[in-house]
Design a protein. Structure first.
Lengths: 274, 127, 145
């Protein structure tokens, strides 16, 4: 069936109401298809026409807030980022993100992920905490230093990687790709001095040691953060740290303020015309 | 108790050691016709024939390499099993039990194997 | 926080086999575990059997006859296959998990080129190496014997 001839789609949704049901079950809804419809658009249609009590999380509808992570046709994706026609066929199978408890319908309990995240102290840690609170200038960071962690800073905490990870599927103590990727994001940030603090958690069972590079997290990440890469790079740092070969970098200093004197070769601005 | 950061580094190092020594072992035992090294199977026939076993066992390299391979392989393999079992999220007391059992099995078999290597060496020397 | 009767939804061991997308690297991971378990099982028995070399020719030959026969030969061949894959994939994992061959941080531009795409040649080389070993082993076990 080509995309052009699609007039209706079937939504097969995993539903669960804790006040009524003892276990999740499948429900099917047939709704009209409009060109360019995303999975999220379809869910709104289902709620409007068929199931007013359907529950899910969504917000920005443009792939930046990370609320609408769901299992769509067997793969963890953002509902707002997925075109119905990209799935092939005329059935959209929607289930809540696996590896998280189901609160209701398509709403997963993401608190454990954020607990693991918080445990790895995902913020810039410096000895001169006063500078963080009352800054006197900007921290000196080159473009090259920024590039070392910028990719991992694009994470929107949607939880798709956690749903795809085989280790997180069984191991409750493993931190998961998102917290570990973010730990690496801060360890590599030259403004941060918190490697030793994070190592306390990273050296043990919550660390990256249970990652075996199945790579599913990077495959499903909707922002291209590549947490699998972050974790392997972090393992190298930690192994070097154990072998005492890691170069301890001082956190970036506050950049020197410009002296206020204009360099001679820079021409003056033209006179204002207005 | 050694934390995972250290255990994993040793796991990797053991893997590298096994690659070299087990590679040699496999070549001698199972690739002897494709890659024949006459000095390692001097009596001809199968590598597991007694004559070949004795001939290889005469060199001092035999107990040395076997004990290194034994230690590395036991650590690597049992740490792997420990990882797989721990990932199934057992209770805390069960984790302690698993660690203890694997440690006992590992040390026990290491003792058995080292004895066999040294005793086999002295036996081969005597023949 | 509100007390909710949330329904458990962890994938469990099924998550080890497939749960996100059927990527090749996930199968390599599963196969690496299976071959590792097979090898360690064989190895523990192997230590006990081959220790008989220290007890003289009689004991050795008794032990060897106990482990001869078509079933054991097939079993040993399977162990060799497991070794071939586990070793080749192990080299690949050893490099990758120390951060080599996965590429460095990049600016993600859709469609994303992840570390999985960067390490793909390494995975192919590892599988080729395993294939070469399998061919050599097949020759040795079944053809030239």
């Amino acid at each position: 069936m080509s995309a052009k001839s699609l007039t209706e789609v079937t939504y097969r949704i995993r539903r669960f109401n804790p006040e009524r049901d003892s276990a999740p079950h499948w429900e099917e809804y047939r709704i009209p298809y409009t060109p360019g419809m995303t999975v999220l658009d379809g869910l709104w249609k289902v709620k409007e026409l068929r199931a007013p009590d359907l529950a899910w999380r969504s917000s920005c509808r443009m792939g930046v807030c990370g609320s609408c992570g769901m299992l769509v046709n067997g793969m963890a994706r953002l509902a707002c980022n997925t075109q119905v026609t990209d799935l092939g066929g005329d059935t959209v199978v929607v289930a809540p993100l696996p590896n998280f408890d189901i609160i209701r319908d398509l709403v997963p309990e993401l608190a454990p992920m954020f607990d693991n995240h918080r445990a790895l102290q995902p913020y810039v840690i410096r000895e001169d905490a006063r500078e963080l609170g009352e800054p006197t200038g900007e921290f000196a960071q080159s473009a090259h230093e920024l590039e070392q962690y910028l990719q991992f800073s694009y994470c929107i905490k949607c939880g798709c990687c956690m749903a795809a990870c085989p280790t997180y599927a069984t191991d409750a103590l493993y931190s998961g790709p998102m917290p570990l990727g973010q730990a690496h994001r801060y360890n590599t940030d030259t403004r941060d001095g918190g490697f030793a603090a994070r190592r306390e958690v990273l050296a043990g069972e919550a660390g990256p040691w249970r990652c075996h590079y199945a790579g599913e997290c990077s495959r499903v990440c909707p922002k291209g953060v590549d947490p699998a890469k972050a974790i392997q790079l972090m393992k190298r740092e930690l192994v070097l740290d154990y072998l005492r070969l890691r170069k301890a970098k001082c956190p970036a200093k506050v950049a020197a303020k410009p002296s206020g004197v204009r360099r001679p070769e820079i021409p003056d601005a033209p006179a204002p015309t207005v | 108790m050694m934390r995972d950061q250290k255990l994993w580094t040793w796991h990797l190092a053991a893997g590298a050691v096994i690659l070299v020594f087990l590679g040699l072992h496999m070549t001698i035992m199972h690739l002897d016709k494709v890659v024949s090294v006459a000095s390692l199977n001097p009596a001809g026939g199968h590598p597991i024939d007694w004559n070949n076993v004795v001939a290889r066992g005469k060199s001092v390299l035999f107990p040395l390499t076997y004990v290194v391979l034994l230690g590395a392989a036991l650590f690597h393999g049992l740490y792997g099993v420990r990882n797989i079992l721990f990932e199934l999220d057992p209770a805390h007391w069960l984790k302690r039990t698993i660690s203890a059992v694997l440690l006992l099995v590992g040390v026990g078999l290491f003792v058995v194997g080292t004895w066999a290597a040294i005793a086999g060496f002295s036996l081969a020397r005597a023949i | 926080m509100l007390e909710t009767r949330a329904h458990p939804n962890r994938l469990g061991i099924w998550g080890w086999l497939g749960g996100g997308r059927w990527g090749a690297e996930r199968y390599l991971y599963t196969l690496h575990r299976l071959t590792g378990l097979g090898l360690v099982t064989y190895f523990l028995l192997h230590i006990v059997v081959t220790s008989s070399r220290a007890l003289g020719q009689e004991a050795w030959q008794q032990a060897m006859t106990a482990v001869t026969g078509p079933l054991f030969k097939v079993g040993e061949f399977l162990v060799f296959l497991a070794f071939a894959f586990h070793a080749a994939n192990g080299i690949r994992l050893g490099l990758i998990e120390l951060g080599f061959g996965v590429g460095g941080p990049i600016e993600p531009v859709y469609p994303y080129r992840t570390s999985l795409d960067v390490q793909r040649p390494l995975a192919v080389i590892a599988l080729l190496l395993a294939a070469v070993l399998v061919v050599m082993g097949t020759l040795n076990f079944w053809v030239l014997d």
